[in-house]
Design a binder for this molecule. Structure first.
Ligand code: ZN
Ligand code: ZN
Length: 153
């Protein structure tokens, strides 16, 4: 069985993290403006991202965010906690919605959804390569698990 640390080393962005931390961070970010502190805070909460900086989302992703007016009257942006306004609400591929301003600022710092942390494409070739390798390592690990299970079950 994989140890706690094995699992956490492979997956610095573990799915068991509370998204609340990220939202707290998002608010902090918007309160204090953009700054180097953000990266430090991000690392403090989530651990470093394989020894590299979490890249921002790609420019084209930020520019081409999907607009939506499909929200309930009392639905709020989880970053600023204000109600959505018509024609200034954006939706990520995971269907989480945010005010245009909030999510644009957010994605200029990191490439993950503040709610569920799915990753969006970046302009950072190195990081894209790193992600591919990480995925391959994970697949190999799954293969090994299968092999292990088929041998011992
Ligand atoms: Zn907002
Ligand atoms: Zn999301």
């Amino acid at each position: 069985m994989a140890s706690y640390f094995d699992e956490h080393n492979c997956e610095p962005l573990g799915i068991d993290e509370q998204p609340d931390h990220l939202l707290h961070l998002a608010r902090l970010l918007l309160d204090s403006g953009l700054g180097a502190e953000f990266q430090l805070e991000f690392e403090r909460i989530f651990g470093d991202v394989g020894g590299r900086e979490q890249p921002r989302a790609s420019k084209s992703v930020i520019e081409n965010l999907r607009s939506t007016n499909e929200f309930n009257r009392d639905e709020k942006c989880s970053i600023c906690l204000k109600e959505f306004e018509k024609d200034s609400t954006k939706e990520l591929p995971c269907y989480h919605k945010f005010c245009e301003n909030c999510i644009k600022q957010w994605l200029q710092l990191v490439n993950t959804c503040p709610m569920c942390r799915i990753e969006l494409p970046t302009d950072d070739q190195d990081y894209e390569e790193y992600k591919k390798q990480k995925r391959r390592t994970k697949e190999r690990k799954l293969d090994l698990d299968d092999l292990h299970n088929s041998m011992f079950s």
